[in-house]
Ligand binder design. Structure first.
Ligand code: 13P
Length: 253
C-alpha cells in the first residue's frame, strides 16, 4: 500500500504572531503546487487563530502542539480540543518528548489526550522515542513498545486510522545528531510490527510513521527513502520557509 508522505513542522515555543504570519506567507509561496505530500504546521497557541485565517484556501494543515482532555472548566492554562476544532486545527501533536521530559507527561496522560482529540475529530501526531540512556542500555525497543501500548490503550481500529506516529529518538532532537536512515528504519519497522500485533484491518500497512530529530534538507531524502519512514516531524528546520519547503520537496532533491 502506498502511504501519502506527511511532513509536519513543530514550531515549539517560537514565533510571535507577526513572525508566524510572515513564515506562513512564505510557505504558501514556496509550497505552491505540492500535491503528493501532506503538509502541516504547528505554531504556538497564540498564533493558531491568525495562522488559520491566513491558511484559508491553502492545502497546508494546522496542528496544535498539545491539548487538554476536558472540554471546558476550571483548568487554568489549558486548551481544549473543542477550542482547537473551532479554529480549524486538523491535527494535535501529543506526547512530545519535551512534554514528557519537562511537563510530567506520562503514557497515561498521553492516552487521555489522544482519546480526547479523537473524540473531537482531531487527528493525532502521537510522539514516542527513547532517550540516549535507554538506547545505550539496550532498551530502545522495550521503551517504544511500552509507549505505543500505553498511548493507544483502549483505542479501536476506527480510531487508529486517525493516528500518525512520530518516532523521535530524544538524543536526536535539537542535537544535530540525526539517527541514520538504518537506525530510524529499524525502529519504524518495529513500530509497524507492533501495530500489526495490536490491530487488524490493514491498519499497520496504512499507518504513517514520521521520523523526527534533526531533520534537515540534506538528510531528509535518505530518511524518506526507507521503506517504513513515511514522513518527518521537523523542529528547527521548520522555522524557516526555505529549509522547510526543501524538506517537503525531498523528492526533487
Ligand atoms: P529538531 O528538528 O529541532 O531536532 O526537533 C525535532 C522535534 O522535536 C520535532 O517535534
Amino acid at each position: 500500500m502506498k502511504r501519502l508522505p506527511f511532513i509536519a513542522g513543530n514550531w515549539k515555543m517560537n514565533k510571535t504572531v507577526e513572525e508566524s504570519l510572515d513564515l506562513v506567507r512564505g510557505l504558501k509561496v514556496s509550497l505552491q503546487g505540492i500535491e503528493d505530500v501532506e503538509v502541516a504546521i504547528a505554531p504556538p497557541f497564540t498564533a493558531l487563530y491568525p495562522v488559520s485565517q491566513e491558511l484559508k484556501g491553502s492545502s497546508i494543515h494546522l496542528a496544535s502542539q498539545n491539548l487538554f482532555w476536558e472540554e471546558k472548566g476550571a483548568f487554568t492554562g489549558e486548551i481544549s480540543p473543542m477550542m482547537l476544532k473551532e479554529i480549524h486545527c486538523q491535527y494535535a501533536i501529543i506526547g512530545h518528548s519535551e512534554r514528557r521530559q519537562y511537563f510530567g507527561e506520562t503514557d497515561e496522560t498521553v492516552n487521555r489526550r489522544i482519546k480526547a482529540a479523537l473524540r473531537y475529530d482531531l487527528k493525532v501526531i502521537f510522539c514516542i522515542g527513547e532517550t540516549l540512556n535507554e538506547r545505550e542500555e539496550g532498551k530502545t525497543f522495550s521503551v517504544i513498545e511500552r509507549q505505543v501500548e500505553g498511548g493507544l490503550k483502549g483505542l479501536g481500529e476506527k480510531e487508529a486510522r486517525d493516528i500518525v506516529i512520530a518516532y523521535e529518538p530524544v538524543w536526536a532532537i535539537g542535537t544535530g545528531k540525526t539517527a541514520t536512515p538504518q537506525q530510524a528504519q529499524e525502529a519504524h519497522r518495529f513500530i509497524r510490527q507492533k501495530i500489526e500485533r495490536l490491530y487488524s484491518g490493514g491498519i499497520s500497512e496504512g499507518i504513517r510513521i514520521q521520523y523526527g530529530g534533526s531533520v534537515t534538507p540534506e538528510n531528509s531524502k535518505g530518511l524518506m527513502n526507507q521503506e517504513d519512514i513515511d514522513g518527518a516531524l521537523v523542529g528547527g528546520a521548520s522555522l524557516n520557509a526555505e529549509s522547510f519547503s526543501r524538506i517537503v520537496r525531498f523528492k526533487e532533491i
